[in-house]
Ligand binder design. Structure first.
Ligand code: NAP
Ligand code: ZN
Length: 423
């Protein structure tokens, strides 16, 4: 999700989480090549060439410079709104002085990837290589790189560029910069206007300022989802004081984001109540994740019993759902934070917030500083996601299962174990 509100006239209102330019390009490429486990297949891509061409033309209009082509990369891409991924050969840009080249080891599958590849936000620029929960190892670096060494374990999250000169960038909120460059399905103006391709690929090149260090000791596959899911819940918890010991936080939706929020909340010393549509998640929420209470949101009696008890709520739900009953769970002046990006607008009657003076905010991932702080905190407290590690040839099945809410709680692709690496 871009999770970013991009200030472009071409952006549709639907684009809750915009990404790159608003250009949407048609694609006549052949569909799905099957769930092949053979990853060495070069996919002919005349339509891709055409798209790149169009994307560059668009970028030129905004005054970008072309850069030299870089190295070969292999990823899995969606070619159209079916969202089916298949092997895809492409190029990574040349490494510049202040860049690191990263061999991708693991990449999480975020619900945002699903919206993007199916063009549910109307932002897809096919072919789309998804993936923005990237964990890898530095294999090479430019002469100006001071922050990282070869062999270090690092991460790249939802974005890998921003304007560096606006108020948001100056204050460490690159995630709210209107020039933010999404890691996948974004337009990289600084680097030739290429459409960016994400972490479902063997290698990525990124400027050192948009790369974070992964603390030693964290299991790698479980750490990958922290790069998006982790920072997306940690950042608003810090920003809205929903990290104070003893405070009561409700977490709506026990998925990739929600289950990590429970872990951070418990590490902060909070009381955590999960609010879920899935009664089958109760036991795990309480026993494995350490939540204090579990409410089934479709059970009015359980909801009534928790009336007015929470200091804040983090809503991570990916689909339309009733929200008035959630506001009723909060104490007066409680703070609601939405991080989910349902494509259909939510309904908010004024009476749900006016009488109790309740607050509403949104949050889109987090800045690089927050992301690094989140990782340090996770390292100290041993926080990782609960993951189902898969090979790339399972990715289409995983995406179908994610759509059906059938994952506990994050799929992570063993990218290096599936694709090898050219890095
Ligand atoms: P996810 O793993 O699919 O989790 C979403 C959860 O929402 C599900 O586990 C389910 O929890 C609940 N849910 C699903 N359908 C529902 C429905 N019809 N009614 C009520 N609850 C429902 O997704 P995710 O990767 O955590 O992402 C969650 C949302 O956040 C997505 O919209 C994603 O695009 C967005 N996102 C935002 C940011 C940001 O920066 N703001 C970053 C990443 C992702 P229960 O089974 O417990 O009900
Ligand atoms: Zn994400």
């Amino acid at each position: 999700m871009s999770h970013h509100f991009q200030l472009r006239s071409s952006v549709l209102p639907l684009r809750f989480f915009p990404g790159g330019l608003g250009a949407r390009l048609s694609c006549n490429e052949p569909k799905h090549l099957g769930n092949s486990s053979s990853v060495g297949v070069a996919v002919a891509s005349p339509a891709r060439t055409m798209q790149r061409h169009q994307a560059k033309a668009t970028a030129k209009e905004v005054g970008v410079q072309e850069t030299a082509q870089g190295s070969a990369a292999l990823g899995w891409a969606a070619r159209d709104a079916s969202g089916v991924l298949s092997p895809f050969d492409f190029s990574r840009r040349a490494q510049k002085d202040d860049d690191v080249t990263i061999k991708v080891l693991y990449c999480g599958i975020c619900h945002t990837d699903l919206y993007t590849i199916k063009n549910e936000w109307g932002t897809a620029m096919y072919p789309v290589v998804p993936g923005h929960e990237i964990l890898g190892v530095v294999t090479s670096l430019g002469s100006g790189v001071t922050k990282f060494k070869a062999g270090e374990t690092v991460g790249v999250g939802y974005f890998l560029g921003s304007c560096r000169s606006c108020e948001c960038c100056g204050n460490g909120y690159e995630n709210y910069c209107s020039g933010m460059v999404l890691t996948s399905n974004g337009i990289d103006r600084e680097h030739g206007g290429e459409v960016t391709q994400g972490g479902f690929s063997d290698v990525i090149v990124a400027n050192q300022d948009y790369v974070v260090r992964v603390p030693d000791g964290l299991p790698l596959a479980g750490a990958a989802p922290l790069l998006c899911a982790g920072v997306t819940v940690y950042s608003p918890m810090m920003r809205f004081g929903l990290n104070a010991p003893g405070k009561h936080l409700g977490v709506v939706g026990l998925g990739g984001l929600g289950h990590v929020a429970v872990k951070f909340g418990k590490a902060f010393g909070m009381k955590i109540t999960v609010i879920s549509t899935s009664p089958g998640k109760r036991e795990e929420a309480l026993e494995r994740l350490g939540a204090d209470e579990f409410l089934v949101s479709r059970d009015p009696e359980q909801m009534q019993a928790a009336f007015g008890t929470m200091d804040g709520i983090l809503d991570t739900v990916s689909a339309w759902h009733p929200i008035s009953p959630l506001f009723a769970l909060m104490k007066p002046m409680g703070q609601m934070v939405f991080v989910g990006g349902p494509t259909k607008p939510l309904e908010l009657p004024a009476y749900a917030i006016v009488p109790g003076g309740k607050g509403i905010a949104g949050n889109c991932v987090g800045g690089i500083r927050d992301c690094q702080a989140m990782l340090e905190f996770a390292g100290k407290h041993g926080i990782t996601a609960v993951v189902e590690v898969i090979k790339m040839d399972y990715v289409n099945t995983a995406l179908e299962r994610l759509e059906k809410n059938d994952v506990r709680y994050r799929f992570v692709i063993d990218v290096a174990g599936s694709l090898g690496s050219t890095a």
